[in-house]
Design a protein around this ligand. Structure first.
Ligand SMILES: [Zn+2]
Length: 344
């Protein structure tokens, strides 16, 4: 085939198409005409296009452009005819009773805890953090031993931890992800690890046996407590608002030294004292600290060369204080009347 023959075939199709389209008397006929003209299986255009490969290489570009032009013109004509036929078609099917009340339309909402997680992830992503994940059924060594828990630490008690076997637990915090990440990736490390954790707790207004946690970890050479403070204070201002005040209180965790808990000034009473902040004016947001050298060593890093900081927060508690939710169990009830209220 030559380019001239190819173009002639296109011109013929373009010349025939309008009359055939106009002749389609209903939507069924229209569909038939469309398939005959531009159908992918057996349409005339497809047929013509199949000759494209047989053309000399230098002619293919022009041939392709002309074929596209022809297709666009036929598609336009088809659409005009289809719209006209659809408008003229008599109403079919059951008749509509416009006096009936409308059906309620359900629209999904994002869970308030997921909203918090998404926002936290977004803020730390801006700072160059990536997401790290770990298993919920975790080896006891990752959950405790590698994190510098002494052998007789009460957290390891059957009373607090759900054991799956001799050495396997449902992780009680997201901190095992710290060790797994450090084993896998050389510093510099900047990760955020959101996930569910489990405790041997019964449901009550402020406890749940399963809840979400967000862990953050930074490890590199020369990382200091000043980095921790600056980053977490920045986070608080981004999350709670530009003027948010923060304070750090000394605390203790086996896997950080020194450790600190961060409070933000209560957003409900602006620090004056109310029921949400138990009259203190402050709300505890997260626990943090410099990664204990023993944790770095357990992950195979040289603790003389590297330092790091970490934090852990509970997005459910954050959601509760943010929205003044009186009972944590509401978060787990899957009651759409409650969940429906939260939108981005
Ligand atoms: Zn308050």
């Amino acid at each position: 085939m030559t380019l001239a023959e190819f173009i002639a075939a296109l011109d013929l199709l373009a010349a025939e198409a309008p009359a055939r389209i106009a002749a389609a008397a209903d939507l069924d006929a229209w569909t038939e005409v469309r398939n005959a003209l531009v159908g992918r299986q057996s349409g005339r255009l497809t047929d013509i296009m199949s000759g494209l490969g047989a053309l000399p290489k230098e002619d293919r570009r022009e041939a392709g452009q002309r074929a596209n032009g022809a297709k666009a013109a036929i598609d336009d004509a088809l659409e005009v005819r289809r719209a006209a036929l659809a408008a003229a078609a008599p109403a079919s099917g059951p008749t509509i009773d416009p006096t009936l009340p409308a059906r309620a339309r359900w629209k999904g909402a994002v869970h308030p805890v997921s909203l918090v997680i998404d926002e936290v992830v977004e803020i730390f992503r801006e700072l160059g953090f990536t997401i790290a994940l770990g298993p919920e059924a975790e080896h006891a060594w990752y959950n405790f031993g590698a994190l510098n828990f002494p052998d007789d630490h009460p957290a390891m008690d059957l009373h607090d931890t759900l054991y799956l076997g001799e050495d396997q637990v449902l992780r009680t915090h997201t901190s095992p992800v710290q060790v797994r990440t450090l084993q896998q990736y050389p510093p510099p490390v900047r990760v955020l690890a959101p996930g569910n954790v489990y405790r041997r707790d019964f449901f009550d207004p402020s406890h749940a046996p399963m809840f979400a946690q967000i862990e953050g970890l930074v490890v590199d050479e020369g990382v200091s407590f000043a980095d921790l403070k600056a980053t977490l204070a920045h986070f608080a201002r981004r999350f709670f608002g530009a003027g948010t005040k923060t304070r750090f209180r000394p605390s203790y965790f086996p896997f950080t030294e020194p450790s600190a808990e961060m409070d933000v000034q209560c957003g409900v009473c602006s620090g004056a004292g109310c029921s949400v902040c138990k009259q203190s004016g402050w709300v505890e947001i997260l626990g943090s600290g410099m990664v204990h050298p023993a944790v770095l060593e357990a992950a195979g890093l040289d603790s003389e060369r590297y330092t790091g900081w970490a934090f852990g927060m509970g997005p459910a508690r954050t959601a509760i204080s943010r929205h003044g939710i009186p009972d944590i169990r509401i978060l787990y009830d899957s009651d759409v009347r409650f969940l429906d209220q939260f939108t981005r």
